[in-house]
Structure formats: C-alpha cells, structure tokens
Design a protein around this ligand. Structure first.
Ligand code: ZN
Length: 239
C-alpha cells in the first residue's frame, strides 16, 4: 500500500500545469498508481473548471453590457476566456486529439532491462528519451532527457542488498519508487511511494530486494559519512 503522497499544494500545481516536466512526470506516475491522489486531482480539476466557468459567465455578462470595454482588456484573464466559439471548438478538438495520442502511448508496452532485471516502465515515463546506464557498485543510473538544468531526472536502480551512503541534499531530491522496496531512517517504502526531501534531511536508503526509482534532483548530493570524498562519484551518479 502506498503510504507517501505528494502534498495537496503540489497536486494543485500539477493540475494547473505549473510544475517542471520532471516533477509532473513523477506525480503523473504516482497518481496512476494511487486512487487517493487520483480522486484529489479529479476534485481539484473540477474546482478549477468551476472557476473557469464562473469567469466565462462573468465575461458573458460583461459582453452583453459592453462588448467594446471587454475587448480593451488585452492580455488580461477576461480577453483570454472571451474566446470565440470557433476558438473554443478548436481547443476541444485539440484536447480530443491529445487523448488519442495518450491512448497510443498507453498501448505501447515498454520494458527495460537493467543489470539483468526486467522492469516495465509506467506510461508517463515511456515517451522520455533515456541515456545509457552507468553503474558504480550496487547502483546504476540512466538519465532522462528533460532539458531542465539544474533539475535532473534519472532512473536509479539499486541491486538487492545495496544501499546509498548517508547523505543530505543541497537542493531537493524527489524519489518515486517504481518497483521493489527500500528503507531509510524515516521509514519503509514500496511501489508508488512519493518521497520529497529537502536540504534539512539526511538519509541512507538500503534495499533488501532491490529497487528501481525515478529520481529528480536539482543539486549534487552531499555525503555526510567520514569517507565522503571517496563517495563523490556516487553523488554525481545520483544527481
Ligand atoms: Zn497518493
């Protein structure tokens, strides 16, 4: 069962399309796996639609009262929602077209093989270009091409019995567990768990059965153990 979820502020931004693509992808994967957050997103989308309809209603009233006045508000919300019926129709067909694309992606099975283990990638990640796998010890990483520097997104695999040395984060580190399990000082995690850490947290994840994670970070990890200089290659591997 999923125990760790994105907070409601983040879900709101996700629904509004305000998040960087790398973070939005993590939430999309989580929402597909988590009925609780799916319901929250649906409620947030409905709220937003209601707000949009309210503005359209206001515009309709304004238009009847004084059409010229409204047209002077260029660039404001009012001129944006006072789109003509033609534009509205074009928007609706664009949305329908997107649905078709999404269905096509859904039917595309994509599995990857990492160090001898096969994984099925979730739908939201299958259309991202992936770099080649690099490994150090029990860790293997492949970057995903999202072009959002300094934010970097990767797939990270930890082999059974492997761990990531204790570290903090200068920026943030988002981990979405796709398959397998791991635990750290703060808890135990399973598939679908969404873990967002900032620079105030230290942790050292360890896995018994091995795991595959989707990770997003905006700065190199900072290792807190004694031999941290030797661990730097791991920092750049994970970032
Ligand atoms: Zn959730």
């Amino acid at each position: 069962m999923i125990k760790h979820h994105p907070d409601v502020t983040m879900l709101g931004k996700f629904v509004e399309g305000e998040l960087p693509a790398s973070i939005a992808a993590a939430i999309a994967v989580h929402v597909d796996m988590c009925p609780k957050c799916k319901a929250k997103c649906e409620a947030l989308t409905e709220e937003q639609a209601e707000l949009a309809f309210e503005s359209v209603g206001t515009v309709a009233t304004l238009k009847t009262a004084s059409a010229k006045d409204v047209s002077y508000h260029e660039g404001s919300d009012i001129s944006m929602v006072s789109a003509s019926e033609d534009a509205m129709e074009a928007m609706i067909s664009a949305i329908t077209a997107n649905d078709e694309i999404e269905l096509a992606v859904e039917s595309r099975e994509e599995s990857i093989s990492v160090q001898g283990t096969k994984y099925k990638l979730p739908r939201a990640l299958t259309n991202l270009a992936m770099g080649k796998w690099t490994s150090i010890g029990n860790l293997a990483r492949a970057r995903l091409a999202l072009d959002e520097e300094p934010i970097r997104a990767s797939l990270l695999q930890i082999q059974p019995g492997g761990s990531v040395p204790e570290h903090t984060h200068k920026g943030f580190e988002l981990t979405l567990l796709l398959e397998g399990h791991f635990k750290d000082d703060m808890g135990e995690y399973g598939p679908g768990d969404f873990i967002m850490l900032d620079g105030t947290k230290t942790h050292s994840p360890i896995t018994e059965d091995g795991c595959l994670c989707y990770t997003v970070a905006n700065d190199a990890q900072h290792f807190t153990q004694g031999l941290n200089k030797l661990l730097n290659p791991i920092g750049s591997l994970i970032y």
